[in-house]
Design a protein around this ligand. Structure first.
Ligand code: IPD
Ligand code: CA
Ligand code: CA
Length: 257
């Protein structure tokens, strides 16, 4: 049903991936959007390539991309794009990052791609079509208990202003889960929940382009996504919890304890 859109998003992620791989370990120019919030020339170049491809195929669609590649057209069809999710990793030559591309139609995520070029892993899903890793179907884990769960978390760039709250949540989870990872790419955290490698993920302060694609993939893999209060996901919400269906309530209870 979303064949043309998926094809364009695949091509865009491949082009961006080539740019990112060619720049990995060779970053010349880093600017700062905040004290610890970085932008490299690779973010900008990769975003340019993605936006060019999407615009040429779907000139009537709107685009919201992290590094400023906004195009406002038909508001019922909006592409949410993070050309490089995991910029801090990338800037250090730490090969763990992704390209995240999603299409929202009438406010609903219909397609999501999370592509991790260094790993050679391409996650994708469209609404009602299941979730795939390198074309093989994926499902969330079957872990039943939080204490048996491997979770991931991310820290917002505003951590210096709200460290007490973020660390309070961290403390509540780390004492209840089997293990916690901080990988540095929210898009991959979500894709790994979808693939059952992680049982759950939580973070506050993420932006629509960080989460939109991964959420389509998690849902299509049988997972559940809400905010910390249990309200259903929408791309502009400030907190996110994504997990298999069995541990979702336990994660919410722990965060709100
Ligand atoms: C960041 C990553 C990171 C998360 C941050 C995000 P960026 O995105 O997803 O894992 O903890 O909150 O902003 O800046 O690398 O695109
Ligand atoms: Ca991001
Ligand atoms: Ca980014």
């Amino acid at each position: 049903m979303w064949d043309k859109e998926l094809e364009a998003a695949r091509q865009a992620s491949q082009e961006a991936g080539k740019i990112l791989i060619s720049r990995l370990g060779r970053v010349n120019h880093i600017t700062k959007k905040g004290v610890i919030d970085l932008v490299t020339e690779a973010d900008i170049e990769a975003e340019g390539a993605i936006v060019r491809i999407i615009r040429s195929r779907f000139p009537g669609d709107s685009i919201l991309a992290e590094e400023g590649g906004e195009v406002e057209r038909d508001r019922s069809r909006v592409w949410l794009i993070d050309p490089l999710d995991g910029t801090t990793n990338f800037a250090h030559g730490f090969p763990f990052f992704a390209i995240s591309i999603s299409l929202q139609v009438d406010g609903d995520g219909v397609l999501g791609i999370v592509s991790s070029p260094p790993m050679g892993e391409h996650f994708e899903a469209f609404k009602g079509g299941g979730a795939f890793l390198n074309q093989r179907p994926i499902r969330v884990s079957r872990t039943l208990d939080l204490q048996e769960s491997l979770l991931a978390v991310g820290f917002p760039y505003t951590i210096r202003q709200n460290s007490l709250r973020v660390m309070d949540h961290f403390g509540k989870m780390v004492t209840r889960a089997q293990g916690i990872r901080r990988l540095g790419s929210a898009a991959i955290d979500l894709a790994y929940v979808a693939a059952g490698r992680l049982d759950g993920f939580w973070e506050e302060g993420l932006k629509p382009w960080d989460t939109a694609a991964g959420v389509v993939i998690v849902r299509e893999a049988g997972g559940v996504v809400s905010d910390y209060g249990g309200n259903p996901y929408h791309p502009f919400m400030n907190t996110i919890v994504a997990s298999n269906p069995h541990i979702h309530q336990a994660m919410l209870s722990a965060l709100n304890s």
